[in-house]
Write a protein that binds this ligand. Structure first.
Ligand code: GDP
Ligand code: IMO
Ligand code: MG
Length: 432
């Protein structure tokens, strides 16, 4: 049995897409389990870039079945655009390669409008969401008034459900946000053209398909979106996304039991980035931060926003290891640090003069902490052409070892560039 969850161990954009694409060569199924088109997962093959928002990152491998599970929120317009783009590239030629749960929640244009209206109203206190309607859609799911993918194909019940849903939404639009009410007919006409396009990919029970695949000893890879510190319960609340981003949610969100999981791989960047608002103890608002942003090309894959940059934060990653039960780490973007003379590593925090080595449990504390930074020597050597572990320069090895030892978790993969071939394996994770 080989089932692996790949999860972001920071604030997202760690490089999950790249690793999932590489691992997918040996995977039978790749399953997205949460989030929506707020994600932007980048795959680079022979210099050609593909950014995926909803479709699992295994899609470049025609023999790998991609599944979008019940816990995802589907921006159906983006989904159709993504499908069409892939098809035009000669990919996704067999509709059976993509299975979308009928039980997944649909994001409609009014969810996005509500997301934006709320952010505008919050002004300087805004969350900095992607504006993709994620929060409002998950609220509807928890509030038991969501439109599910399966509902789109029964026009009578869809109208009734929309009526029920818009009753409350229109009070918000009209009374709180000073906007015209949303009409059912408008929503229906907005989505009519996409419904047909999605039909071939509908799947009544993706959970059963995944469970059967696991029983048949197929290799199943669960693709996390966002990152641990954006988790709605354990992240830097309220500056988080609206789903559970943790490995544990891969099971509940897709409909399988936790005893079937064999590995959890945490993806970490060799430094830290964050998009949107919220505390970020190791942030570098300086030339060094700007250098990381430029050399790491740290601009959002979904919104194009500049990402905030800072040194690696080990207490935060330790917290992620605990929350997800991470068994292996993949260290990404090591090449981006190559031109720094010295590289900072946060090993703890100071709070009111006292040393903390654990992640603060309250936001009030997190906002007040000062990072304790140790500086390690840089290596001043390009890493992007390295193909063997033995060619990694001494000071880069020192950096990797320092991180691995401090975290007490093996670093099994080291990434030195965006391309598939720029991946160094300390230990194979998912072999045939
Ligand atoms: P994800 O959301 O976790 O999949 O990450 P994103 O795709 O949003 O952001 C990661 C960015 O870093 C993408 O542009 C990748 O192509 C790029 N990337 C991934 N791994 C590496 C690496 O090892 N080195 C460099 N320089 N870029 C990388
Ligand atoms: P991937 O999968 C980085 C952030 C947003 C914002 C907060 C809430 O590419 O790593 P939302 O639109 O989800 O309500 O926004 O979460 N965010 C991400 N940051 N990577 C992502 O996804 C993100 N998805 C959401 O910037 O701070
Ligand atoms: Mg991303």
């Amino acid at each position: 049995m080989s089932t692996m969850i790949v999860v972001g161990a920071q604030w997202g954009d760690e490089g999950k897409g790249k690793i999932i694409d590489v691992l997918s060569e040996n995977a039978d199924y790749v399953v997205r389990y949460q989030g929506g088109a707020n994600a932007g997962h980048t795959l680079v093959v022979k210099g050609e870039k593909t950014i995926l928002h909803l479709i699992p990152s295994g899609v470049l491998h025609p023999d790998t079945t991609c599944v979008i599970g019940s816990g995802c929120v589907l921006d159906i317009e983006t989904l159709v655009v993504e499908i069409k783009k892939l098809k035009a590239q000669g990919l996704l030629q067999n509709p059976k390669q993509l299975l979308i749960s009928d039980n997944a929640t649909v994001i409609l244009p009014f969810h996005k409008a509500l997301d934006s209206a709320r952010e505008m109203a919050l002004a300087k206190n805004k969350i900095g969401t992607t504006g993709k309607g994620i929060g409002p859609a998950y609220e509807d799911r928890a509030g038991r008034k969501a439109i599910l993918l399966g509902d789109l194909f029964d026009s009578d019940s869809l109208k009734i459900k929309l009526q029920h849903n818009l009753l409350e939404k229109n009070v918000l639009f009209e009374k709180l946000y000073n906007q015209p009410p949303v009409k059912i007919e408008t929503v229906l006409s907005q989505i009519q053209h996409v419904i047909e396009e999605i039909q071939p990919y509908r799947c009544k029970d993706t959970g059963q398909i995944i469970a059967r695949a696991i029983s048949a000893r197929k290799r199943v890879l669960f693709e996390g979106a966002q990152g641990t510190l954006l988790d709605v319960l354990h992240g830097t609340y309220p500056y988080v996304t609206s789903s559970s981003t943790l490995a544990g949610s891969a099971c509940s969100n897709t409909g399988i039991g936790p005893t079937t999981i064999t590995k959890v791989v945490g993806i970490i960047k060799a430094y830290t980035t964050r998009v949107g608002s919220g505390p970020f103890p190791t942030e570098l608002v300086s030339d060094v931060g700007e250098k990381l942003r430029q050399e790491g090309f740290e601009f959002g894959s979904t919104t194009g926003r500049p990402r905030r940059c800072g040194w690696i934060d080990l207490p935060a990653i330790k917290y992620a290891i605990r929350l997800n039960g991470i068994t292996s780490l993949a260290l990404m973007k090591l090449d981006v640090l190559s031109t720094h003379k010295e590289i900072g590593v946060c090993t703890g925090y100071k709070l009111n003069g006292e040393l903390l080595t654990d992640y603060p449990s309250t936001m009030v504390d997190l906002e007040k902490v000062e990072p304790v930074i140790e500086y390690l020597s840089g290596w001043n050597q390009d890493l992007t052409r390295i193909t063997s572990l033995k060619d990694i320069p001494r000071f880069a090895t020192q950096y990797i070892d320092f991180i691995g030892n401090h975290l007490g978790c093996p670093i099994d993969v080291i990434s030195v560039g965006p391309g598939r071939e720029q991946t160094l394996w300390v230990k194979p994770l998912f072999n045939k």
